[in-house]
Design a protein around this ligand. Sequence first.
Ligand code: A2P
Length: 287
Amino acid sequence: MTEMTPVTDTNATAADAPKKMVLPDAQTVTEVKHWTDRLFSFRVTRPASLRFRSGEFVMIGLMGDPDPKTGKQKPLLRAYSIASPSWDEELEFYSIKVQDGPLTSKLQHIEPGDEIILRPKPVGTLVHDALLPGKRIWFFATGTGFAPFASLLREPQTYEDYDEVVITHTCREADELHYGAALVENLKTDELLNEVIGEGFWKKIKYYPTTTREESAKMGRITDLMRSGEAFADLGVAPINPETDRAMICGNLAFNLELKAMLEDWGLEEGANSDPKQYVVEKAFLD
Ligand code: A2P
């Protein structure tokens, strides 16, 4: 991380405190939605020059508190998956709120009109280019790991490349599923998406939300539900097969490792941008 000195208004006098800062790589917040007391999503303006592939992440953040001795402020940045698709005019993000988290304790208070820092250098492995052609794609998420799939579920290529799209989302509690559930439901009636991606594109989606610590329609970790065969039976699909199935994983570290091992056992190999194979994995952001 590089240290940045904020640009200050040179016409301002010392009496004008607090000084209005112009953030480096600033983008303006256009919308904020609080889903639970621990989860929120927000949209910001998109830099005209920013091109990215659906599923990639960027570094975003805010200025940290001034250093008590020098008064200098450093940007506080974290990796965030872009939750909006590559063709969207704005950028969307989905975030946890950690009360003592260095960034999200502040970020959770942003409002439309505020500025955030966004470094316009998208990267990431959860991209279609890292996978070989297949028939069915699995998006496996826990918690805020849903974010890159919120992008990919609105990406035309997902439906051009695959006959079936399975999105699984495992959370502790039922209300943590709301962002994903609303997104999947809204795909059906979104006129723009149906026009951009193709009328009725959403019929290819099988959505499989599960909770582990609160009663819901389906309880259990997706890993356990697949190991027992229950998830495949519920979804009405054949077990995962390296010939036909492709997968992207984004969740907490233990989940990523366990699922990676399961996929490897089933004969899938990890791909990369430079070497596409059957599955890819990325750690979800945690403050
Ligand atoms: P569990 O409640 O059984 O730990 P977290 O909020 O800790 O990031 O967890 C998000 C979800 O991911 C929780 O439902 C949690 O289940 C689940 N999870 C955690 N570790 C694993 C794992 N190794 N395999 C599958 N799911 C997991």
